[in-house]
Write a protein that binds this ligand. Structure first.
Ligand SMILES: [Zn+2]
Length: 150
């Protein structure tokens, strides 16, 4: 009976550099309650921010302007809220922490996540270290009027 040699064993080469696996480059973020919230392919600290509220902009869909980030959001969809902005109103579909229900971020389109071109993450909502409050947790409390939609 011939000996069976596994293909994977044969194809391994000694001089091949270990390829930077995508998993190694992923960043993991936690809610301040310690719940795992977000895994993403780039540090959110390096992503652009909205001028209006300082929220971190995560591109959720490919477009002419760029490719979508690879990310997964572990959050539950909350009630939409209507914000007063200079020059009009803005509707936000919120996503909340599944454990402590703290708002994590929002998008401009109804759930599920990534149904719109961008996902916005609240500045200071997430920490890279489990159980640690991020240094900017209290930034951005600029007295916005929030109208809860019924
Ligand atoms: Zn939480």
């Amino acid at each position: 009976m011939p000996k069976v040699v596994s293909r994977s064993a044969v194809s391994s080469s000694t001089d091949a550099q270990p390829t930077a696996s995508s998993a190694a480059a992923l960043r993991v973020y936690y809610c301040i309650c310690g719940e795992f919230i977000l895994v993403i392919d780039k540090s959110i600290a390096s992503l652009p921010r909205r001028r209006t509220d300082g929220a971190i902009i995560v591109r959720a869909q490919d477009s002419d302007a760029g490719k979508a980030r690879v990310f997964k959001l572990n959050a539950v969809a909350g009630d939409p809220v209507l914000l007063e902005r200079p020059g009009g109103h803005e509707r936000q579909y919120r996503f909340n922490c599944p454990r402590c229900t703290l708002p994590i971020g929002y998008q401009s389109t109804p759930p599920p996540a990534k149904s719109g071109p961008y996902m916005y993450i609240f500045a200071g909502a997430l920490s890279q270290v489990q159980g640690e409050v991020p240094p900017d947790a209290f930034d951005g409390e600029n007295g916005e009027t929030i109208v809860e939609l019924t």
